[in-house]
Ligand binder design. Sequence first.
Ligand code: PCP
Length: 402
Amino acid sequence: MATPEPSPAHSAARFHIASPDEIRAGRVTDVYFQRTVEILRAEGVDRYVVGEIITKGLPEDWQWAVLAGVDEVAHLLEGHELRVSCLPEGTFFRAYEPVLTIEGRYAEFALFETALLGLLCQASGIATKAARCRQAAGWRPVLSFGARRMHPGITPMIERAAYIGGCDGVSAIVSAELLGITASGTMPHALILVAGDTVTATRAFDRVIDPAVPRIALIDTFNDEKFEALRVAEALGKRLHGVRLDTPSSRRGNMLRILQEVRWELDLRGYEHVKLYVSGQLDEHKIAELNPAADGYGVGTAISSAVVVDFTLDLVEIDGVPIAKRGKESGAKVLQVCRACHCRRVVPRAQGERRCPCGGEYEDLEVPLLEQGRLVRPLPSPQAIREYVLQQLSAWEENACP
Ligand code: PCP
C-alpha cells in the first residue's frame, strides 16, 4: 500500500482550525446557506423572519440539559442588525423548549446558522455531562481532565463548558486563565517513570511545587496501589493530601474493592486524612459506583467528548406571519416557568395570560441578549453561571415538574 505522496502545496504544516475572524465573517457556513443568500439577493427577496432554536430530543437518558455557549453566540452575532433573546447561559431545558430566538432580515444571519448551532450543540453537551457527573459525585470534587482528548484549538471552550456545568476545576492552563481560576492537576505517570519511583517523585513534588498545591501522589505506576499508598503516606505524613488511582483497565477488576482496601490499610495506620482520588474511563455511572470509597474524581473523555445536543434552527415567522416546516410548530414562542410551583410551559409569545393553575404567575425564562446587534447587558461570569447550574441541579431534583 503506497503512502500519500508529499505535495509542494503542503510545505507548511498548520493547525486545522477556523480563526475567530473567519468565524465572525461567516466563513464557517454550510455552502447551501451561501447559495441561499446569493439566490435571495439575485431575486430581490428580503424577508423579516423569526428563527427559533430547539432540540427535538435529548441524548442518552437525559431528562434535562444545560444551555452553554451563549456568550460565544453573542460574540458571533454582535454588530449585525439582529434581535436575539435566549435562556440565560446555564439554564436547564428540555426537548421542544425554545432556547434561543433570533429576529431580523434572513440574509443578516443566514451565513451564521452553522457556527451558531455548533457553538450551542457542543458546549451544551459538555456542560450537561459535567452537570451529570457533578450530580453523581455529590460533595466530592470533580475535575475536568479531558483537554487531551480533543483538538487544543477548542480546549478553552471545552473546559469553560465543563466548569459552568459544575466541574470544580480544569487541568489546562489556558482554560484556567480564561476562567480566572487556578489550573488543577496531580502528577503524570511520566514524572514517576522519569524519577524512577513513586516516593522519590512525590518527595520531589513536595520540595519543588508551590505549597498551595495539594500534594496528591499518583500510586498506580509500578506497584500495587495499597502498598504505594502506604509508602507515600509514610514519606509525607500530614503533608500528603491524597493519592490518585488511575489504575490501568487491565488491572481494574473491582475498583471499589481496591479503593476500600487502600482506605482500610491507610486508616489502620492512622492516615485517615489521606483522600482517595480516581481517574480513567469515568462517567456519571462509574462515579456513582465508586462514591462509597472515593473522595474525588478526574473525568476526561466522558466530559470533553460528550455527545452533542442536537439543536436545530427553524424559521417560525416570516414578515410577521406564523409559518414553519412540517414537523415544527409555527409562531414565535416563549418558555415560561411558574415561580411558585416550578411548572414550565411553552406558549405563543403573544399570549398574555400568565396565571398558573397553582395560583402562581408564569414568568418568561428567556432574556434579551442582543438588540440591533448590541449586547443588551453585560454577560454573567463563569462562576455566576456555575452557581446558577448548581442551584438548578438541587432544585430540579426536588421539584421536577410532571
Ligand atoms: C489520564 C490522565 C487523565 C485521565 C487519565 C483521563 O491518565 O491522567 O487525567 O482519563 P479519561 O479520559 O479516561 O477520563 P494517563 O493517560 O495515564 O495520563 P497521565 O500519566 O498523564 O496521568
